[in-house]
Design a protein around this ligand. Structure first.
Ligand code: 9MR
Length: 450
């Protein structure tokens, strides 16, 4: 017998493989598996349309596209229930702005139809009516801004009156400004702000009666007994609250009383002189001076610092149990475009609703450059900031109306934000740019109100 060479063995093996593949199976076209397409993100999203996209499927001859206005695909867009499309995308037009749409797609080959793809959700963009403003788009809560008495004119004046229904003094209604020495009060700037609000039908949120950071030196160095100190604080609170009775709707009575991380009470001069219960005493002094004014406790990191959050809610629960007056909480919300997460903010807000208190988002600004990687505001970051502003508005809008007090932004134009000096780096945290032009952030805010 002739020995087969290595090449011949290989040839025999290859031939037998080919014969096996050509025989026996019958070669029926119908039996192959037709994969489902992968739906891709929509592109070219405008206020009246978008392009739906998906991946090619091997052997597909066409695709069936569903577009619906609900996630369960019960209400289809007219003409888009199993619409046959031969391309890998479809431009959909004549839609409404600021509406959510859902699409999915199946592949078709002959009589075979694949499973559904994943579903894609998108919202068409919002085309504001030029007459729409923040304040006239908000039914549930006040739209506030922090401002300064020296800037109640020109562009500031025009925007405050057009867009805002509430204001907070950024620093001129604090003790170091209003009560600069033991024998004197200076209500000049505070009066200017309150008068401006009155003339223009704008609400005033008072900020803030007691804050360790705005304590004048004469209070820190107060000569006198602890009882005299407490009487002095009661006198100050009574004087200020009485002066603005009927004009200031709400006060941050005590601001930032808890330490970061530990949740301990800060060892401020107020605590040292009046004891651990100094906060409750201050709320009682305000209530005695004005039975109608709303009393808020205001603090930062109320979402990110769980320990502080717990400490604040323990205080609130103790106040409720002891009948110490308190009407609401201010979450300052000096936040970032990517932090904190929506679910964590909602969970903290829910704790306010659970106690049937008023919720004030009291000092909102959204940093876009926390890592200092930008030298100008990029489009991506601007859109991320827009989305976060929209999210914040939607969170406040979603709670019961009787619990939503106001959403106040901490300043008007980017270049005047406190954050720039505080962090010593560039940022663009507010709704208007340095030319008083509306930013994407503004439109995110407006979209959130729709
Ligand atoms: O933005 C305010 C800045 O202009 C003042 O100089 C400073 C001191 O009065 O207070 C800033 O506002 C703070 C607010 O009153 C309380 N939460 C933190 C704010 C930023 O520091």
């Amino acid at each position: 017998m002739k020995r087969l060479s290595g090449f011949s063995i290989w040839l025999l093996f290859a031939c037998s493989l080919i014969m096996a593949s050509c025989s026996g199976s019958g070669g029926s076209e119908e039996e192959f598996e037709l994969g489902a397409p992968i739906a891709k993100q929509a592109t070219d999203i405008t206020s009246s349309g978008f392009t739906a996209n998906w991946s090619r499927v091997y052997k597909a001859e066409s695709y069936l596209l569903d577009v619906a206005t609900d996630i369960d695909f019960t209400t289809f867009l007219s003409g888009y229930k199993s619409k046959a499309v031969s391309n890998l995308n479809e431009e959909i037009t004549n839609l409404d702005g600021n509406v959510s749409y859902y699409y999915r797609v199946r592949a078709v080959s002959g009589s075979i139809v694949s499973d559904n793809s994943n579903l894609i959700e998108l919202t068409t963009s919002f085309e504001p009516d030029p007459d729409q403003t923040l304040k006239n788009s908000s039914d549930n809560f006040l739209i506030g801004v922090a401002l300064q008495s020296s800037k109640l004119n020109g562009n500031y004046d025009e925007i405050y009156k057009r867009e805002f229904s509430s204001l907070t003094s950024e620093y001129e209604m604090k003790m170091n400004v209003m009560h600069p020495s033991q024998d004197s009060y200076d209500f000049g700037p505070a009066d200017a702000i309150v008068d401006y609000a009155q003339e223009n039908g704008i609400n005033v949120h008072g900020h803030s009666l007691i804050w360790h950071n705005s304590t004048p030196d004469w209070v820190t160095n107060f000569q006198g007994s602890d009882q005299e100190f407490e009487d002095m604080i009661e006198g100050y609170i009574t004087t200020v609250v009485t002066r603005y009775k009927g004009k200031v709707t709400s006060w941050d009575v005590v601001n930032e009383a808890f330490e970061d991380g530990s949740g301990n009470l800060r060892n401020s001069i107020y605590r040292q002189r009046m004891g651990d219960d100094y906060i409750a005493k201050c709320y009682q002094f305000v209530r005695a001076a004005d039975p109608d004014v709303l009393l808020f406790y205001n603090d930062y990191s109320m979402v990110s610092d769980q320990t502080k959050q717990n400490a604040v809610f323990s205080m609130v629960d103790d106040f409720i149990a002891r009948d110490i007056p308190i009407d609401g909480l201010g979450f300052q919300l000096h936040i970032q475009y990517d932090y904190p997460a929506k679910a964590d903010i909602e969970a903290a807000v829910q704790k306010v609703v659970d106690r049937d208190l008023l919720m004030h988002f009291s000092e909102l600004d959204i940093r876009v450059n926390p890592n200092n990687d930008l030298t100008s505001l990029s489009q991506d970051r601007s859109l991320a900031q827009k989305a976060k502003y929209k999210e914040m508005v939607e969170i406040l809008k979603s709670i019961p109306e009787e619990n939503a007090y106001a959403l106040t932004v901490w300043g008007l134009v980017d270049n005047e934000s406190w954050l720039i000096n505080f962090h010593g780096q560039q940022d663009w945290p507010l709704l208007f740019d340095s030319n008083f032009e509306k930013k994407d952030a503004y439109y995110g805010f407006l979209e959130g109100l729709q």
